[in-house]
Write a protein that binds this ligand. Structure first.
Ligand code: FEO
Length: 389
């Protein structure tokens, strides 16, 4: 059966591909579409469906369940966002006696967002269990990843952890198992969806330390056969540790800001400091968040437009305020010809960061003017060397 995979006896992945989807949350570009993975667990007495699929794919899920001639007793809702929960009302129509299992907050969300009858919802807390006969589901509350109601489900006998968004990737796959090719999508997913909640996620990851896990089954992207690899990556990404790298985010209209950024990149390269350059001109935020996961320093460079930063940089500043990447310092570079409030706007918006320096260049950035940025490079080198053994 297409996109139906028995990953272990009586444990079936029901994955709906959405290769054509171009953006997520109407903002994040998807290079390889996405998948919505539901999982069916057939126990000796009861059957559970773990999460569902985006409502646009509900017919696929329904026809697969019909083909398998199963009766679903429990619908486990690890996360109430509609790309996983949106088909629950249709599955409940198909199996009127089924009960939905969710966290306390999840129960409220499913009622509010989808109109699920609250009497159909079983509320569970940390370490609560439901027996399917020869299989046992244990629930692990994992809030703020990335909504407050999120939880994971652990299948004790088979040692499989169903994590919904956590450890997922927007990647429409042929191979249902993780390969190195997926790593950049996994990091991008973390950056765009999970990064704002990194401290809570880092704290909650401790809950997985004592679990014996053979497989991690997320609800987007491929399955992980090496659970510790992705758990360790999440531990690193969510920690306070940074890499000795500089990310430069800029927009340019006539090439002056680009020329300024090129100069900084060249000077940092001379100091053997790696740079990641993200051009957000035309509001292209592909690669923006991935490059904010672990850099030591962030430089924002902008021309002045209508007295403020370029609108794409204004958007970036607003998102940075919400995303709170763990950079140790932020440096500003503002270009202008006449009056500019760009620096003031950025300083006000980013006041929660360590704003360690700001440079302004008026008119054409010729060699002489660019030399003021040598100090910026020295400051970065000095700051990074503080962390050396
Ligand atoms: Fe994939 Fe937060 O939903």
């Amino acid at each position: 059966m297409k996109d139906t995979l028995e990953i272990k006896p009586n444990i079936i992945m029901l994955s709906s591909k959405d290769a054509e989807r171009k953006t997520f949350d109407s903002i994040f570009p998807l290079k390889k579409g996405t998948t919505y993975n539901a999982y069916l667990i057939i126990g000796s007495e009861k059957t559970a469906l773990i999460d569902t699929v985006d409502p646009s794919k509900k017919d696929e899920l329904i026809s697969r369940l019909k083909e398998m001639k199963v009766k679903v007793d429990y619908i486990i809702s690890n996360h109430s966002e509609q790309d996983h929960s949106g088909s629950i009302p249709y599955i409940l129509e198909m199996f009127p006696t089924a009960e939905v299992v969710a966290s306390k907050i999840g129960k409220g969300f499913l009622t509010d967002l989808l109109g699920v009858d609250e009497n159909k919802i079983i509320e569970v807390g940390d370490n609560d269990k439901i027996s399917l006969g020869d299989k046992t589901l244990k629930f692990i509350m994992f809030p703020s990843a990335h909504w407050p109601e999120t939880m994971m489900t652990y299948l004790e006998e088979d040692k499989i952890l169903f994590t919904c968004d956590v450890f997922g990737s927007h990647y429409s796959f042929e191979n249902p198992y993780f390969t190195e090719e997926v790593l950049e999508y996994e990091k991008e997913y973390y950056a765009e969806i999970m990064m704002p909640f990194r401290k809570t996620i880092n704290f909650n990851l401790k809950k997985l330390d004592n679990l014996d896990i053979n497989l991690i089954c997320p609800s987007h992207g491929p399955i992980h056969k090496e659970p510790q690899r992705v758990i360790n990556l999440y531990k690193k990404w969510t920690s306070d540790e940074t890499d000795k790298e500089v990310t430069i985010v800029y927009a340019s209209m006539h090439g002056s800001t680009k020329k300024t950024v090129d100069y900084i990149v060249e000077k940092l390269a001379e100091e053997k400091i790696k740079t990641n350059v993200v051009d957000v001109s035309n509001f292209n935020i592909s690669n923006l968040f991935t490059n904010l996961v672990s850099p030591h320093t962030l430089i924002i460079a902008t021309p002045t437009v209508l007295g403020g930063p370029h609108p794409a940089i204004t958007l970036v500043a607003m998102m940075l305020k919400a995303y709170r990447p763990k950079v140790k310092q932020v440096l500003l570079v503002t270009l202008y010809e006449w009056g500019s409030n760009a620096e003031k706007f950025l300083k006000d918006t980013l006041k929660d960061f360590n704003l360690a320096g700001s440079w302004k260049i008026s008119g054409k950035p010729d060699e002489e003017k660019l030399k003021i940025l040598d100090i910026l490079v020295k400051e970065i080198k000095k700051e990074m060397s503080k962390n050396d053994g």
